[in-house]
Design a protein around this ligand. Sequence first.
Ligand SMILES: [Zn+2]
Length: 237
Amino acid sequence: MKKTKYPLSWSKKDFSIKIFCSIPNIATGILVRAGNANFVIDPGDGILRDLNKELSVDQIKSISDVFVTHGHHDHVGGVWSLLTYLRVMNKKTPLTIYYPKGCIEIEHIHNAFVKVYQDSLPYTIKLKQIDGSSIVATKKVRIKPFEVIHKEILNDGKGKRQVPALGYNFSYNKMKICYGGDTAYCETLVRSAKGADLAIIEAGHGEEESDDMHMSFKEAKSIGETAKEYFLVHVPE
Ligand SMILES: [Zn+2]
C-alpha cells in the first residue's frame, strides 16, 4: 500500500490545518490554526515533538482547546504528556478538553493527572463532554461535532461494541474544515463533508472491504469528492 507522506498541510487565508500524523494503531496528531488561535485535535503519541517543531513554547502554552474524536490510544496517547508539558512550562490560562460523552479514557487520564499533580498544577483543565447536538464557539471559531460509527473488538476477539465517537466541523470566516475522525461510512459524515473547503476522511481499510469500524478507499473517496478539497488519512501502512 502506498504510504501517505506526513505532515499533510492545508491553508486558506489565516485558517489552516496540519495533520502531523494519522496512522491507525500508531498515532494521530492534528493542529488547527485560525487567526491567532491554535487548537489540537486527537493528541496521539508524538504530539509534543510535532507541536514543538511547529510552534513556539508560548504558542503551545496559549493552546486553549483540545478536541478528541474518541478514546482509542492512537488518538489520545499524547494527552498525558501534553498536560504535563503545559504544567512544566507553567501555563497559566485554562485548557478545555472536548470529548464524546461516555469516553472514559479521557476521564481516567484527566482524573489520574489531577490526582498526581494536584499540588503543582498552574492551570485549570476543564473537561467538556459533548455530543452531536452540541455547538462550541471559541476564538471566533464555531465547532460542530457530529456522531459517527466506530467500534472496538471485545476481549473474546469476535464481539464488537460501539465506542463514543465524533467527527468535527470547524467553521471560521465562512470557511469550513470537516474532520471525520475514525468512522465507518455514515450519513452524518456524508452531510458534514459536503461542500466543505477541506474534508479529512479516514480510509482505515484501504483497498480492503469496509466494515462497521473503518472505510475503504472507495467509500472515503466518494465522501471526499463532495468537498472542495480532501485528504484521505488513517490508511494502514
Ligand atoms: Zn484510529
